[in-house]
Write a protein that binds this ligand. Structure first.
Ligand SMILES: [Zn+2]
Length: 236
């Protein structure tokens, strides 16, 4: 039977296809840091939408394992904070250190697994399965939204470059003027002075550059706002 539906894994919570109504074979997601390797135990089991039986049994056996976890004997003074590769450790200390590391890691993995399973098992109610196509459409929509955000980000960056170019153009003409003033105010003064001295062409060039700067500035502001709005919508 072709898998037309998808379901959530009872063990790792990943979403997989459901050939014959059971979870497709899949590896562990490293996301939760449970330290498991290879094929996830939730493979070929019923999806979490239908049953929590397997999740609950894994949860309770993890609890038992955690309760029965025996810590190695106490580390000697000065060993605890040293790294396992430290040359000042004796072989015996190194072995003990290794046991401690393994113990701490197992404890952490079990605790995290229990922390993940407890609320989801507690709040469990049967859920309808989703169609593969339905999920694919959802993912496609999300992808398009991302593409839009990216396109808008590119546009925003283009307008930023255009804005910088327009400032550079002004600076090029107004080069020798008083640099303590802001570029645009400076340019206005420069244009006025040029006109007064009869250099009409130069004055017009500066004025045109200033108009281009103004247009570039508002185009950039618009592009930035469009990007921010779309980003917010994509995240919602
Ligand atoms: Zn799984």
């Amino acid at each position: 039977m072709k898998a037309t539906q998808i379901g959530t894994c009872q063990i790792c919570g990943s979403v997989q296809k459901l050939p014959n109504g059971r979870l497709a074979k899949h590896g562990y997601t490293v996301e939760y840091g449970w330290g498991f390797n290879g094929v996830c135990n939730g493979s070929e089991k019923l999806p979490f939408e239908i049953s929590k039986e397997y999740a609950e049994s894994a949860w309770s056996s993890s609890k038992t394992s955690l309760e029965n976890l025996v810590s190695p004997s106490e580390e000697e003074y000065g060993v605890e904070w040293r790294s396992i590769s430290s040359p000042s450790l004796t072989e015996a200390q190194r072995t003990l250190k290794k046991q401690w590391n393994e113990y701490n890691q197992t404890k952490q993995y079990l605790s995290e697994f229990i922390r993940f399973q407890t609320p989801r098992c507690f709040a469990w109610t049967p859920q309808p399965l989703k169609d593969v196509s339905e999920e694919a459409t959802k993912q496609e929509t999300a992808k398009v939204a991302t593409r839009n955000v990216r396109a808008l980000a590119r546009h925003r960056d283009d307008t930023k470059r255009e804005l910088i170019r327009s400032v550079e153009k002004i600076e090029k003409v107004v080069d020798c003027y008083d640099l303590s003033c802001a570029t645009t105010a400076n340019a206005h003064k420069f244009a006025d002075l040029a006109r007064k001295n009869g250099e009409v062409e130069l004055a017009n060039e500066v004025v045109n550059n200033l108009a281009a700067f103004k247009a570039a500035k508002s185009a950039h502001a618009e592009a930035t706002a469009a990007y921010e709005t779309d980003k917010k919508a994509a995240l919602a």
